[in-house]
Each structure stands twice: as C-alpha cells, then as structure tokens.
Design a binder for this molecule. Structure first.
Ligand code: RP5
Length: 173
C-alpha cells in the first residue's frame, strides 16, 4: 500500500506486525502526510532491506518507521545504512518472550547508529514523532500538530471538569 510521493516509510518485519503498525499509518493519514507501508524483513529478506534503506532518501522519504518483534534487528540495520532518521517500534510479537526482547533489541544501539525507540507497540507515537520531524520544515504540518495537541489538552480539561462535577455530586448525595 502506498500514497503518492510518500514522506514516511512504514516498514515491518512481518504481516503479523500489521495490527500494531497500522496505528502509525492511521495517525499519518489523519495528519495528511503521505506514507508507504510495506514488509521488509531483516532476516528473511536481507537484500530487500539493503535496497530499501539504500534508496529511501533518494526516493524522497524523510523518515522511516520500522517495527519488529523478538530479535528485532530491522530498525537498527536500516539505521546503519541510511542517514534518514529511523524510528523503531518494538512489537510484542508472535516470537517475543515478553516484549523486553523487542525493546532491548531496538533500544540498545551502539554509539554512532541511533534509533529513536518508542514504547512497546507504540506505533501511534512513532507516527506522531515522524510528523514532528516533518513539522520542523513544513509549517502546515507543525500547525496541524499544534491543533492536535490543543485538542488533547481540551479533552483532558473536559475530563477533569467532569470528574470534579461527578465527585461534587457524590459528596452532595
Ligand atoms: C519479526 O519476527 C517480525 O517483525 C515479527 O514481529 C516476528 C514474527 O514474525 P512472524 O513469524 O509472525 O512472521 O522478524
């Protein structure tokens, strides 16, 4: 699946990662940021991974979001090849013991090859972070992000008001 002139490449080690990774696609869609979504496995398709990471920048991508689970080498290996920022999504996958294996495989990168690692299964945050990276040069996207953050604030404040009201009623009764 792809959109025209994608700015964000969402890749994952397996189609079994899709239920988690589609949250990154959904939020990018909400922000009107063009993305592509595909499967690239570090272990099962190493040559495809090399090609993807090697050509990503000249194809116009600005950020890569890479999700994998278990022995999750995809984000780190892609980051070792490209100079684009890579956001890693650790996935509690079919072969993951408890999620820590995925987290540590993506997080504990050697000096020189950073991967911006989000929380376990936090593909939505990966999408938001990708948008924020694009927002550093695209005013329209940074304005969209500002609206998003303000909406979240309003939601929390409304919930706080409701809580106050509910508890006030509780004390009255
Ligand atoms: C990883 O192995 C993939 O990213 C996936 O999280 C995990 C399991 O893959 P499947 O065996 O379900 O295809 O490389």
């Amino acid at each position: 699946m792809s959109t025209i002139n994608p700015l964000v490449g969402i890749i994952m080690g397996s189609d079994s990662d899709l239920p988690v990774m589609q949250a990154a696609a959904n939020i990018l869609k909400q922000f009107n940021i063009a993305f592509e979504l595909t499967i690239v496995s570090a272990h099962r398709t190493p040559q495809r991974m090399m090609e993807y990471a090697t050509n990503a920048r000249e194809r116009g991508l600005k950020v890569i979001i890479a999700g994998a689970g278990g022995a999750a080498h995809l984000p780190g290996m892609v980051a070792s090849i490209t100079t684009l920022p890579v956001i890693g999504v650790p996935i509690k996958s079919t072969n993951s013991i408890d999620g820590w294996d995925s987290i540590l495989s993506i997080l504990q990168m050697p000096n020189g090859i950073p991967v911006a690692t989000v929380a376990l299964n936090a593909a939505k945050n990966a999408g938001i972070l990708a948008a924020e990276i694009i927002g550093t040069y695209d005013e329209k996207i940074s304005a969209t992000l500002l609206v998003y953050k303000k909406q979240m604030q309003t939601e929390v404040l409304n919930k706080a008001d409701k809580l106050k009201e509910d508890w006030a009623n509780e004390f009255d009764s």
